[in-house]
Design a protein around this ligand. Structure first.
Ligand code: AMP
Length: 148
């Protein structure tokens, strides 16, 4: 089956071979290449070989392929870079920092005290807020599973 690509999307252009990329891995559903502006050297992006914006519109077989590919690639990135850990990140939506509107996983190798991805502050639930949030999300998931 020919994958659905978007002629205006830079990652689709990479898939089509119209934009160069430093490819590190490829299978029939996923492609991985080095990020051109890495947080740390070896920072790799894994993309589905079909145009979709994020997790919600990604067909299941591409989602599975994406995570399977990341599982294979991350240990290689660690061995090559000497990193001792990595972040697996998917920015879903522009408000979450997504700049390229073609879903992708970031594999970001991490080193002790590398000061990457700093600046986030954590919030604190008060009173019943934690339970209320839990119940609302559980209810929404259940409603979706029931086809509501
Ligand atoms: P995001 O903010 O999650 O959408 O991340 C997009 C990432 O894609 C950024 O880290 C960019 O550096 C990277 N990027 C954009 N264009 C290219 C390209 N042509 N080749 C490799 N990486 C790219």
């Amino acid at each position: 089956m020919k994958e659905k690509l978007d002629e205006h999307c830079v990652f689709c252009k990479i898939l089509a071979g119209d934009v160069p990329a430093a490819k590190v891995y490829e299978d029939d559903k996923a492609l991985a290449f080095l990020d051109i502006a890495p947080f740390n050297f070896g920072h790799t992006l894994v993309i589905p070989k079909a145009h979709c914006h994020g997790l919600s519109d990604m067909p299941g077989e591409y989602r599975d392929a994406l995570f399977a590919a990341a599982t294979k690639i991350a240990p290689a990135v660690l061995r090559v870079t000497g990193a001792t850990g990595f972040n697996l990140l998917l920015n879903n939506g522009s408000v979450a920092g997504q700049e390229v509107p073609h879903a992708h996983l970031h594999i970001i190798p991490r080193f002790v005290d590398d000061k990457v991805l700093l600046g986030a502050s954590q919030k604190k639930y008060e009173g019943d807020e934690l339970d209320e949030m839990k119940e609302k999300i559980q209810a929404k998931i259940a409603a979706r599973e029931e086809g509501a």
